[in-house]
Write a protein that binds this ligand. Structure first.
Ligand code: ADP
Ligand code: MG
Length: 354
C-alpha cells in the first residue's frame, strides 16, 4: 500500500507534458507499431542540436508499453532507458489517437550498430573505458570485452525478470549504449509481458522477431489454459512462473547475442538465419551443431570457437547453458551471472559502475 501512495505522489509531482511541448528532430526508427524520433522540449531547446529526448508515437500497444515503462521506472530503473512520461494524444483525425512515450536520449548507438562495425568489440571497449587498455589486441582482450557486455545484459535481464517482466524482444537493436552511465541498457518494452499482474498475458507471438525467438515461441506452455483475470493472475503467477519459466525465453535470445559476438559471420542477418537453420537441423543441440561445423570450419568460425574455448571452455559452457531447446534446461539470468565465465575480471570501468 505504501508503494501505491509513493507511486501516486511521484506521479503527481512529476512534470506532465502535452504534444505541443515537443519539437521533433531526426527519425530514429519506424516499426509496425510506432515511430521513434529524437526530440527536444520547445520551451527548453537543448544545446544539443538534435534534442536530448526520445519520443515514440505508438499505436494500440502503446498503453502496455507505458505501463511497463512506469513499472520498470519504479522497480529496476537502471536496467532500461530512462523513461520520463507517457500519455494518450487524442488526435484530430485518427479515431483512437496515439500514445506518446518520452525517454531521455541515452546515446547514439545500439549494440546492433556497434556490432556492425569492423572494429567490434574494440569500439565498445573505447566507449566503456574512454581510452587506454594495456592488453594487446587479441582473443583474450576480445573475450574480456564480450564478457563485460554479457554481464551488463544479464544484469539488466536479471532485474527485469526479478520484477516479473519478460521482455520477449531481446536483440542487439533493442540494447542501447547509455553514454551517461557507460553501460548497455534495454529498450523497447512494446512486446513485454508482466506475469505478476497479468498485463499483456496472452502471448502476442506475431510480435516476436523470428531471428532471436526461442523455439517455444510462446511464453507460456500451451497447457496454461487461458489468461486469468488480473487478481487471479497475481495470486497464481509465481507458480506459473515456476512451472513455465517464461524468463528463459529472453535467455535464449541473449545466448544468440553471445554467439553473434563470438562469431563475426553471425552478425549479419543472413549469417544468423543460416545458423538458425543449421541449429534446427541439429534439433537445437548446440554440441551436435559444433560437431557438424567444426571439422570444416572457416577461419572466422574457428576464431569464435577459440574465443569460447579460453579458460577451459567456460565461455562455451555458458553459451550451451543458454541456448537449449527446453526452456527449463536453460540457465536463469541470475544463475548465469554466477557462472565461472564471469569470475575473470572484465573491463575495469564496469566494476566501478556496478
Ligand atoms: P521500435 O518499436 O521501432 O523497435 P524502439 O523502442 O526499439 O522502437 O526504438 C527504435 C530505435 O530508436 C532504437 O533502435 C534506437 O536506435 C532508438 N532509441 C529508442 N529509445 C532510445 C533512447 N532512450 N535513447 C536513444 N535512442 C533510442
Ligand atoms: Mg526496437
Amino acid at each position: 500500500f505504501d508503494m501505491f501512495i509513493l507511486a501516486f505522489v511521484e506521479r503527481i509531482f512529476r512534470p506532465t507534458f502535452r504534444k505541443d511541448d515537443f519539437v521533433l528532430g531526426k527519425k530514429l526508427g519506424e516499426g509496425a507499431f510506432g515511430v521513434v524520433y529524437r526530440v527536444s522540449l520547445a520551451k527548453n531547446p537543448s544545446d544539443k542540436k538534435e534534442g536530448d529526448l526520445v519520443l515514440k508515437k505508438a499505436t494500440e500497444y502503446g498503453a502496455v508499453e507505458i505501463w511497463m515503462n512506469e513499472r520498470v521506472r519504479r522497480a529496476c530503473a537502471n536496467s532500461c532507458a530512462d523513461f520520463m512520461y507517457g500519455f494518450l494524444e487524442k488526435s484530430s483525425k485518427k479515431g483512437d489517437g496515439e500514445y506518446w512515450l518520452i525517454w531521455k536520449f541515452e546515446g547514439e548507438a545500439t549494440l546492433a550498430d556497434l556490432m556492425q562495425s569492423k572494429e567490434f568489440p574494440y569500439n565498445v571497449e573505447r566507449m566503456i573505458l574512454g581510452e587506454g587498455q594495456q592488453l594487446p589486441k587479441g582473443l583474450e582482450r576480445e573475450n574480456r570485452i564480450i564478457q563485460t557486455i554479457m554481464r551488463q545484459l544479464l544484469f539488466a535481464l536479471d532485474s527485469l525478470h526479478s520484477t516479473g517482466i519478460v521482455h520477449r524482444d531481446i536483440k542487439p537493436q533493442n540494447i542501447i549504449f547509455s553514454e551517461g552511465s557507460r553501460t548497455f541498457k534495454i529498450i523497447d518494452l512494446g512486446a513485454a509481458a508482466d506475469l505478476r499482474v497479468g498485463i499483456n498475458y496472452i502471448p502476442k507471438e506475431f510480435l516476436l522477431d523470428p531471428r532471436y525467438a526461442a523455439p517455444e515461441q510462446y511464453i507460456m506452455s500451451t497447457q496454461t489454459p487461458s489468461a486469468p483475470s488480473a487478481p487471479v493472475a497475481t495470486a497464481l503467477s509465481p507458480v506459473l512462473w515456476q512451472m513455465n519459466l517464461p524468463d528463459r525465453f529472453d535467455i535464449y535470445s541473449a545466448g544468440l547475442i553471445f554467439l553473434q559476438m563470438a562469431f563475426p559471420a553471425m552478425r549479419t542477418d543472413s549469417g544468423l538465419i543460416q545458423f538458425n537453420r543449421q541449429l534446427k537441423r541439429c534439433d537445437y543441440d548446440l554440441v551436435a551443431w559444433r560437431k557438424t561445423v567444426e571439422p570444416r570450419a572457416s577461419s572466422d568460425l574457428r576464431k569464435g570457437f577459440e574465443l569460447l574455448n579460453l579458460d577451459e571452455g567456460i565461455g562455451w559452457e555458458l553459451l550451451t547453458s543458454m541456448v537449449r531447446y527446453k526452456a527449463r534446461q536453460r540457465t536463469s539470468a541470475k544463475a548465469a551471472l554466477a557462472h565461472p565465465y564471469f569470475n575473470r575480471e572484465g573491463l575495469l570501468a564496469l566494476s566501478l559502475v556496478q
